[in-house]
Design a protein around this ligand. Structure first.
Ligand SMILES: Cc1cc2nc3c(=O)[nH]c(=O)nc-3n(C[C@H](O)[C@H](O)[C@H](O)COP(=O)(O)OP(=O)(O)OC[C@H]3O[C@@H](n4cnc5c(N)ncnc54)[C@H](O)[C@@H]3O)c2cc1C
Ligand code: FES
Length: 324
């Protein structure tokens, strides 16, 4: 699918929203991400971005934060112009509107993590204008908040939407302080009956998960989307090892992921998210030689059979690898 950039908006000092016109209607479930391909210095780079817009139309939007030394996020911020085109693959992802039905929701986000939960919010309200939703967005300062106009407009239109801004470095009637268990407890005395969906930096999500659980939400009603894969625990996986794939030998050093090692030799591995989320980089090997930070969407049976995610795995010995 081809996307043509039609509009760029600067949301904060390091976050932009890009609108695109696709050459076909986008079919996805709110909350899902779009794998996009960008050509930088002759090489094709692939990254995933959660769709902030709604399905069933050709117009779509992505909201992207510059990552320190990040290749694609900075390239887009510095070089993408209206009229430029990108390639995109079909949307995917398990973090989506199928995780809830008619339950009351609490949607939590920080920074650009707002994208999937904003898409869920808009679709839920379109489906059921009486849906009971608490929407909490966290930012360091008032200027770092995103989608302010859109969210304020929704909150004035829907009385049943409780919009909460948590701003760490600012006080005042308009904002709550930094998100905490106490802030969550004060929002709703019936929090435990809600389904929680959250997206933001790892530390933010770990804390929010703990607070929600201690306020009575069942673990199975708390869902999150991770934008960045955790680096596998290091220790035993130091030094260099050899991966053998279809008779070809590839050297992998202790700190490299299997994905990095295979890509550096030009082996044909497809990696849509690079974050242990989508399962597209699935490989098979000897599980006793693997150090994986996540098995993401793989089933217990897959893992038992030696399947692993190349983007989230290192090795601690020489190993035979099958791709796919
Ligand atoms: C399912 C999914 C949905 C996503 N949706 C969004 C979205 O809506 N908006 C958005 O801005 N990003 C989103 N991302 C993150 C995005 O895919 C890229 O990882 C991010 O833009 C960084 O890419 P890069 O090429 O700039 O950095 P890279 O060149 O890949 O990385 C450079 C350095 O930054 C670190 N790094 C990589 N990603 C991150 C990160 N997310 N945060 C902090 N450090 C990082 C790397 O470890 C590396 O050290 C999503 C990721 C996933 C898996
Ligand atoms: S690339 Fe998506 S799980 Fe590895």
């Amino acid at each position: 699918m081809q996307l043509t950039c039609t509009e760029i908006r600067r949301d904060t000092q390091d976050i932009n929203t890009y609108w695109f016109e696709a050459d076909q209607s986008l079919d996805f479930i709110p909350g899902q991400f779009l794998p996009i391909q960008v050509e930088i210095d002759g090489a094709i780079e692939q990254r995933c971005y959660s769709l902030a817009s709604q399905p069933g139309q050709t117009r779509c939007s992505l909201t992207i934060k510059r990552v320190n030394n990040g290749l694609v996020s900075n390239h887009l911020a510095d070089s993408l112009s209206v009229g430029d085109t990108l390639q995109a693959m079909p949307a995917a992802g398990e973090f989506n509107a199928e995780l809830y039905q008619d339950q009351a929701l609490i949607l939590l986000s920080a920074g650009c993590g707002i994208t999937p939960v904003y898409s869920m919010l808009v679709s839920r309200l379109a489906e059921n204008p009486d849906a009971d939703i608490v929407f909490v967005h966290s930012a360091s300062t008032a200027e770092d908040r995103v989608y302010v106009e859109e969210l304020e407009a929704l909150a004035s239109q829907y009385q049943n939407l409780q919009l909460v801004w948590c701003v760490s470095n600012q006080s005042g009637d308009e904002f709550h302080a930094r998100l905490s268990e106490q802030v969550l407890a004060e929002l709703d005395s019936n929090l435990a009956s809600r389904v929680a969906l959250m997206c933001g930096p790892d530390g933010y999500m770990q804390s929010a998960q703990q607070w929600l659980e201690s306020l009575g939400l069942a673990k199975q009603h708390i869902h999150h989307e991770q934008f960045q894969v955790a680096i596998p625990e290091t220790g035993s996986n130091s030094g260099s090892h050899t991966l053998t794939i279809n008779g070809q030998e590839v050297t992998i050093d202790g700190e490299q992921t299997v994905l990095d090692a295979l890509e550096s030799e030009g082996l044909p591995i497809f990696a849509a998210c690079r974050a242990g989320v989508c399962g597209s980089c699935r490989c098979k090997g000897d599980k006793s030689k693997l150090v994986s930070s996540t098995t993401g969407p793989l089933s217990d049976e897959d893992v038992e059979q030696g399947y692993f995610l190349a983007c989230a795995s290192q090795v601690n010995d020489d190993m035979f690898v099958e791709i796919g």
